[in-house]
Each structure stands twice: as structure tokens, then as C-alpha cells.
Write a protein that binds this ligand. Structure first.
Ligand code: ADP
Ligand SMILES: Cc1cn([C@H]2C[C@H](O)[C@@H](COP(=O)(O)O)O2)c(=O)[nH]c1=O
Ligand code: ZN
Length: 200
């Protein structure tokens, strides 16, 4: 679907940049898809640079790691402005867990695309309450390509778009995996604790 563009000599008809958003619930394969696209760009010998928010250290300090243990080297950053400086020399810029960045991330992605870079971001489209997560709606609006991926509902096996929180915490940011969250379909998400009787 996403074709790695051919290199062109600098200053002669430089190619356009663009933004790709990969979104979905937890466990839907966002990180796998991000890694797949970045690995293809690597094979095409394009200069890639990958970033993640420094707060996300669940599996590894630096690597981006998917729930099925695929991984790729990344640079943890504290603010979106750092990406602008660090990504100067790359052709393809990947960002994981983009929903955790400050709102300036939208302008950073736009500016990178405007100077000819392919920007691929992956993030949660909704938080644990089912509300749009941070910068995601803005990013989806300005992106050329938006891909929504889906998980499997852990209650009934249907297609899941929601991340159901298993703990009573009301903090928007609560890092965790299967210990704290499960993917759920719309019905089982809305049923909340009452969904247990449908568990197959
Ligand atoms: N409920 C689920 N539905 C689909 N995949 C799941 C589920 N629970 C665990 N997985 C695993 O998670 C992998 C996707 O992980 P990952 O790419 O890290 O997802 P995301 O970044 O969207 O959280 C799947 O390939 C599968 O091995
Ligand atoms: C729904 C939701 C999730 N989080 C946290 C939980 C995980 O640490 C990440 C999402 O990781 P994934 O790669 O998409 O599986 O976000 C959160 O802090 N708040 C939420 O509402
Ligand atoms: Zn369900």
C-alpha cells in the first residue's frame, strides 16, 4: 500500500513529504505496522529516525517494542520540539505512542512533511473512557493517510476498537499492558464490568 519513493538528487525537483497516521485501540497492531513500514524504508536505503515519548519505558528504555516482541531502535524524547532538531537529516520519521506528546506535535509533523519528509505516527485514537486521545484528532485531520487497525475483543472475540481499563484509576495516563487493559468491542466496552457473563 505504501510505496517507498525513489531517491531524487537534492535540489532537483525535491519530492513532497506527507503524514501517515496509524491508529486504533491497544493490542490492535499499531506498533507492528509502524515497525513494518519503517523496516521497508530501511530496505529501500532511506535514512530513518524513530522517536517515542520518554515516559513510555514499559518494555525498553530506547527500543520500540510491540506486544508480540518485534522491536526497532528509537530515541526517547521529552518534548515534541526535540524531534524537529533531531530529525533534520532523515528522510523518514517514525513516532510511536504519539498521543502522549504535547499539542505542538501537530505542527512538528506538519513542518517535517512540509520540508519533504515522510512522517509515520502511531497512537491510540481513544483513551480508556472512549474519548479522542490528545493530539490524535488533529493529526488525523492533517494526515494524507490514516489507517485504523483493530484488535480482538477479549470478552467475545468480535472486532475491538476500545481499550477497556481493568483498574479503578481515573488518571488519563496510566501505563500498562494486559495487567491493566483489555481490547473490547463496542458492546463489551459499554457493558463494563457486566460484560463478564459474555466471556467465551
Ligand atoms: N486482544 C488482542 N487482539 C489482537 N492482538 C492481540 C491481542 N492481545 C494481544 N495481542 C498481540 O498484540 C500484537 C499487536 O501488538 P502491538 O503492535 O504492540 O499493538 P499496539 O501497538 O496496537 O498496542 C498482536 O500481533 C498480538 O500478538
Ligand atoms: C487506553 C489508555 C492507555 N494508556 C497507556 C497504556 C499503554 O501504556 C499505552 C498504550 O500502548 P499501546 O502500544 O497502544 O498498547 O497507553 C493510557 O495511559 N491511558 C489510556 O486511556
Ligand atoms: Zn465484545
Amino acid at each position: 500500500m505504501f510505496i517507498e519513493p525513489l531517491h531524487r538528487k537534492e535540489n532537483i525537483n525535491p519530492r513532497t513529504g506527507w503524514i501517515e497516521v496509524i491508529c486504533g485501540s491497544m493490542f490492535s497492531g499499531k506498533t507492528e505496522e509502524l515497525i513494518r513500514r519503517l523496516n521497508r524504508a530501511k530496505i529501500a536505503r532511506q535514512k530513518i529516525q524513530i522517536f517515542k515519548p520518554a515516559l513510555d519505558k514499559r518494555y525498553h528504555e530506547e527500543n520500540i517494542v510491540s506486544h508480540n516482541d518485534n522491536s526497532i531502535r528509537s530515541v526517547p524524547v521529552h518534548a515534541s520540539s526535540e524531534i524537529m532538531t533531531l530529525a533534520k537529516n532523515s528522510e523518514v520519521v517514525g513516532i510511536d505512542e504519539v498521543q502522549f506528546f504535547d499539542e505542538a506535535i501537530v505542527e512538528v509533523c506538519n513542518e517535517l512533511a512540509n520540508i519533504g519528509k515522510r512522517v509515520i505516527v502511531a497512537g491510540l485514537d481513544m483513551d480508556y473512557t472512549g474519548k479522542p486521545f490528545g493530539c490524535m484528532p488533529q493529526l488525523m485531520a492533517v494526515a494524507e493517510f490514516v489507517t485504523k487497525v483493530h484488535a480482538i475483543c477479549m470478552v467475545c472475540g468480535e472486532v475491538a476498537s476500545y481499550s477497556y481499563r481493568l483498574s479503578p484509576s481515573n488518571e488519563r495516563v496510566l501505563l500498562g499492558e494486559t495487567d491493566l487493559y483489555e481490547a473490547r468491542c463496542r458492546r463489551c466496552f459499554n457493558l463494563g464490568e457486566n460484560a463478564d457473563r459474555f466471556r467465551s
